[in-house]
Design a protein around this ligand. Structure first.
Ligand SMILES: Cc1cc2nc3c(=O)[nH]c(=O)nc-3n(C[C@H](O)[C@H](O)[C@H](O)COP(=O)(O)OP(=O)(O)OC[C@H]3O[C@@H](n4cnc5c(N)ncnc54)[C@H](O)[C@@H]3O)c2cc1C
Length: 385
């Protein structure tokens, strides 16, 4: 068996397969994971969409099953991090509401999160303002999700990969898969860049994140690459390092206050769908767009006001994430192609769910019946046909 991509999804599938006694190959285009730059990645519960909106779309029970899987995934990742000595900040994250409508949505979110076994606590306006560290009167409420964690995503990924290798997976770094081919012997040939010798496998799991659609064309129309442009600003007035990150995610814009415990707090403003009136779907331009940058500056000034230490951002970067074309991840066998599985489309804010679903996918490959209440069926690629 071969798994393409050693992100959290692929490494989790490989870990699960290895625990089942298989010896999967884990092919990774990059080098070994070494630890991230910022150390402040959030392990969130659920998918990019609000839990209440997910429940509106797929039903409350299924949305709760997604939450339940995420809670399991977050706990599993925390255990791996603890065992590897990777620092984790527990204490949850706070979602902030700027209007009565947003507060009402958060209350509905809290109900779905609770139904899935997460611990979501609604905050009063005063409490939300206090947690937002002097951002004025704009916040009318909030929700604390206690199960969410803060961790260096790179260090966590390195620990997860090490766990997969210790269980028996073979990690092959600098192995970029450029295509797949059905062979007459029934196996799938994986072609590698740089004239490396091809690999043949009985079963292939595509877990290449935003590249999943180009690595295996079977998934080309269902996994979209979405361009994100982010800016990080510094603010005056540090929050206590123990304060949970607080943020809001509206209209495709993410704003997070993450206590940096150093020179000042930082906020990341992420430009996504509505700036320039459209999503950056399929765009591969790595250069930041000045127009999006200016719009993000405006948002930062509006949000932080006098707390903004300087107009220029402290950092700016462009990144590419995978989204299923209906907003949900894809997990399972492609229609008519039971030996080409995919696990991708987790967007920009998910580590817990791909971990849990990667392990669940591996168990099914190993022949285990689907666990009652598993959300795997919800993400089946067959829904795209
Ligand atoms: C900048 C950024 C910040 C993020 N911050 C957070 C956060 O704070 N909290 C959070 O929960 N989530 C965050 N995410 C999202 C989270 O990283 C993803 O949801 C999660 O990584 C999805 O995991 P994945 O394994 O599906 O994909 P990925 O993490 O994208 O992993 C895919 C892997 O496949 C490899 N690959 C790609 N193409 C090939 C190929 N052709 N051959 C072989 N290997 C290949 C890649 O090198 C990569 O290692 C962030 C993502 C980005 C990009």
């Amino acid at each position: 068996m071969a798994v393409i991509g050693a992100g959290v999804a692929g490494a989790s599938v490989a870990l699960g397969l290895a625990r089942e006694g298989a010896r999967p190959l884990l092919l990774e285009a990059g080098g070994p994971a070494t630890g991230g730059a910022g150390g402040d990645g959030l392990v969130r519960i659920g998918i990019d969409e609000s839990p209440a909106r997910l429940a509106d779309a797929v039903g409350r029970q299924r949305a709760a099953s997604v939450v339940a899987a995420s809670v399991r995934g977050a706990a599993g990742l925390a255990a791996i991090a603890d065992a590897a000595g990777v620092a984790i900040r527990r204490g949850g994250t706070v979602a902030l509401a700027e209007s009565a409508e947003e507060a009402a949505l958060l209350a509905r979110d809290a109900a779905v999160l609770t139904a899935g076994g997460a611990t979501a606590v609604m905050l009063s306006a005063a409490d939300a303002r206090a947690r937002a560290g002097g951002l004025g009167e704009r916040f009318v409420g909030g929700m604390l999700v206690e199960d969410e964690l803060v961790v260096d995503p790179g260090a966590l990924l390195a620990a997860l990969r090490a766990e997969a290798v210790a269980a028996g997976a073979e990690l092959v770094p600098s192995a970029t898969v450029i295509g797949t081919l059905d062979r007459s012997d029934g196996r799938i040939e994986l072609r590698l860049a740089h004239d490396a010798a091809p690999v043949r496998a009985e079963l292939v799991v595509v877990a290449a994140g935003a590249e999943s659609g180009s690595v295996d064309r079977t998934h080309r129309d269902s996994v979209w690459l979405v361009r994100h442009q982010l800016r990080r600003y510094r603010r005056r007035g540090p929050l206590p390092a123990s304060a949970p990150p607080a943020g809001s995610r509206n209209h495709g814009i993410e704003r997070w206050l993450v206590p940096a415990g150093g020179a000042g707090d930082e906020v990341v403003v992420s430009g996504l769908r509505w700036i320039e009136g459209r999503a950056g779907i399929g765009e591969r331009d790595r250069a930041p767009s000045p127009r999006i940058g200016e719009a993000l500056d405006r948002l930062a000034r509006e949000w932080l006001g006098e707390l903004l230490t300087e107009a220029a951002p402290a950092a700016e970067w462009v990144t590419f994430c995978a989204h299923g074309c209906d907003g949900l991840p894809l997990v399972g066998g492609a229609p008519g192609q039971p030996r080409r599985l995919v696990i991708a489309g987790f967007g920009r804010s998910d580590l817990a769910l791909p971990h849990a679903l990667g392990l669940a996918m591996a168990a099914e490959i190993g022949g285990a019946p689907r666990a009652p209440g598993s959300p795997l069926g919800l993400f089946a690629p067959s829904r795209m046909v």
